[in-house]
Design a protein around this ligand. Sequence first.
Ligand code: PFF
Length: 450
Amino acid sequence: MEKQRDGFVSSVGAFTATVASAVGLGNIWKFPYLAGVNGGAAFVLTYLLAVALVGLPILVAEHAIGRKMRKDAVGSYAAVVPQEGFWVVIGYAGIVAAFFIMAFYSDVAGWVFSYIYKSLVAALTGTGPLDGKAFESMVRGSGEPLLWQIGVLIFVSFIVVAGVSKGIERATKLTMPVLLGLLLLCDIRALTLPGAFKGVEFLFAPDFSKLSGAVILSALGLAFFKLSLGMGTMTTYGSYMPHSVRIVPNATRVALADTLVSLLAGLAIFPAVFAFGFEPASGPSLLFISIPAVFSKMPLGTLFTVLFFLLSALAATGAMISLIEVPVAWLSGKMNVKRSAAVLITALGILVLGVPATLSLGPWAQVKLFNMVIFDLLDYIQQNLLLPLGGLAIAIVAGWRVVASDLIQELEIAEKGKKCYIYAVYGFIKYISPALIVLVFLNGFGIFSK
Ligand code: PFF
């Protein structure tokens, strides 16, 4: 007999848990840093289009398949098309992606956690705000970032062992609105700095000469990463959803909320970058240099900095919980491993990749493959290959292999009467999203250029 599956207890809970997976370091760290590296507004616009035209339809597809199958990602894709068990590869690729992502994500989360501590110390001792040097010296080391990374993994593991509805829903319902409020405060301060407008321009006035195949692929990959798509996370979350959830409106709200947080983070960071004369293309350090600088121009700034990194750490935790859940749900569901053992195995697996990723920014910086250090390579593979290809496979399964009326029926649950948006989204899942992924992908690898 099947074990009773744990699940989200309400549709509000399903919304907040999904947002908790989506919102994380992707919004406050990755989105701004990629926007900076890729030249600003043209990238941002491409990213927004990718969310609307590809991300949202695939989010819907994943939720529908998960809720219909009521299984983890591997189980869902193994069984979703009878006689075509090979789609299970989506689930396995998702597990690989979860490990790749967690390897660098737990490193960056470690920086965020350390910034809570560092800014607290700065607040108590009255030393100035944390600057670029503080960041560099931490990241280039080995002992310090590793300790924080391991600490983060232990922390997240404990939460995941507590179980789905209890652990995830409770932890995140309260913290998201506070993070939003703090970002708004940060925006107001950043936007009123002298010279701030250049940052707004950078973010919203597109210069299309900045677009290239690689930039567009990166924007598409970010849309997947942001919404936790293409690797079964949202399929697993769909499997926990009650029948009171209307999948399309819920997914739309999730995508909107998530995008709003990214834009608010961008509006806190870029005006400050230009006002203070930082380098927009400075890469992964961008968040850690600009946010303390913004708060330093506010009364009680150091305390706000502490609070900002605290809430960012919680957002990162929500995302990591969902990442760890991918292998854990598989190990404990299909492989019948005890949940606590499944978490332990997963955390150790993450460290196997995560320690080299962390060291690759410091003592192992010489080790390069395809001209990338390990940290960047893992990030590149998940974002530009695994997630878009996973998303393509999911669109093909949902649009072409699952019987159309079955999928539509799943989307109509809890809706009153026929809804034309359901048919529109289905059209995207079937035609537009997969076609765009293929085009962006080929273009990204230069197939169309001479
Ligand atoms: N969406 C998360 C973020 O933007 O921080 C990262 C993420 C979580 C990606 C879960 C993939 C995933 F399955």
